[in-house]
Write a protein that binds this ligand. Structure first.
Ligand code: ATP
Ligand code: MG
Length: 350
């Protein structure tokens, strides 16, 4: 095990209530009312209800849920773009609710950069100057910020387009500029509010790959809002599934798909191809005599779909699951198919 590190965000019992007398709602007899009833009785909307979670360093923390479930409100509370009604909130161990205006400005400029759905680019500035903008407000000198901006333009795949203006770019290219601008200040966490939902599916896929690449290459911490399940499953280290202001389940994609917490989550993940999400760590069983010294070798985190392919290709009925050169289990057709059908064992910790 590695040393426990301070979470990037630590959120406890967070509430955001909109409406008259909002601060009297958390902890009151009205707190548990369903949203429609709460609105009828008090005129208030509880957009975020008693939510607690940590965002760990280096993870992509996805917030998912239907429209109106409280995703944007929750993420905006993290930097107090929306003022929480009650609860506690820390970034890198520092109390966000105790920050004064200067400290908050610093937080939003340097530590938690936001990437929006509608790009928010400055129309009269070039690509390079849009990216350099965040560095300008940080007070960096011109030559230095242009050099740094050029590096980032290159990094997000826009090399050669430095002098264009936003109107001369496609939606995907504009969002890359937004991404480069957010990265320019080297924030400890990137916050994305449905950044790709305005893009067509192919470009969207490309942008998802970009996020995966950034995460893999730089280990950057990200909080990513989406209402698209396949996007959540592709990007998320963990996913918080929201309904009516609450987090109904928080877990890895594999936990959400493999062990949905209730009927709501089950309905959400019903159409997911399980073999592409569940791993051989979930499917494997202990080896019996004579097994474990032959057959293809797989990593515990390989997907069931990869395992099915490996077993089929090898002609050997049993594949070995190896971790750090050690045999931790085996998989065969039966246990792989059990997991796909939902009748298999629950996740085993390796
Ligand atoms: N300023 C506000 N005043 C009153 N109610 C608000 C305000 N902002 C949001 N709400 C309500 O809070 C709830 C959560 O809204 P929020 O924008 O966080 O949802 P969301 O999950 O981001 O939805 P979407 O997927 O449509 O973006 C909704 O019922 C919304 O109407
Ligand atoms: Mg939203």
């Amino acid at each position: 095990m590695s040393e426990p590190t301070t979470p990037v965000f630590s959120v406890r019992d967070l509430w955001k209530v909109f409406g008259p007398g909002a601060d009297r709602i958390p902890g009151s007899e009205h707190a548990a009312l369903p949203s429609t009833e709460l609105r009828e009785r008090t005129g208030c909307t509880a957009a975020v209800r008693n939510v607690s979670f940590d965002v760990d360093k280096g993870e992509v923390f996805v917030v998912m849920g239907l429209s109106g479930s409280g995703k944007s409100t929750l993420v905006r509370c993290l930097t107090r773009l929306i003022e929480p009604t009650s609860g506690t909130l820390a970034i890198d161990g520092e109390d966000v609710l105790a920050m004064d205006r200067t400290r908050l400005r610093e937080l939003r400029r340097h530590r938690a950069a936001m990437v929006f759905q509608h790009f928010g680019l400055l129309p009269h500035r070039t690509v390079l100057d849009n990216v350099a903008y965040g560095l300008e407000i940080q007070g960096l000198g011109k030559a230095e910020r242009r050099a740094r901006a050029a590096e980032l333009v290159e990094k997000v795949g826009l090399g050669g387009l430095e002098d264009r203006r936003p109107a001369q770019l496609s939606g995907g290219q504009q969002q890359r500029v937004g991404l480069a601008r957010a990265l320019a200040v080297d924030p400890s966490v990137l916050l994305f509010d449905e950044p790709f939902s305005a893009l067509d599916p192919l470009i969207r896929r490309e942008m998802q790959d970009e996020v995966v690449r950034l995460h893999r290459e730089e280990g950057r911490t990200m909080v990513f809002i989406t209402h698209d399940l396949s996007e959540a499953l592709r990007l998320g280290t963990r996913i918080a599934l929201m309904r009516d202001g609450e987090i109904v389940q928080l877990g890895t994609p594999e936990e959400i798909v493999g062990s949905p917490a209730d009927d709501y989550v089950r309905a959400f993940v019903r159409d997911v191809p399980r073999e592409q999400v569940l791993t051989v760590a979930t499917a494997m069983r202990p080896p019996s005599a004579g097994e474990g010294d032959h057959g293809p070798a797989l990593r515990p985190e390989a997907t069931v779909s990869e395992a099915i392919e490996a077993v089929a290709r090898s002609g050997d009925p049993v594949a070995r699951v190896m971790k750090d050169g050690r045999l931790v289990g085996v998989v065969d057709h039966a246990c792989l198919l059990d997991v796909v059908a939902g009748t298999g064992a629950q996740a085993v910790t390796v």
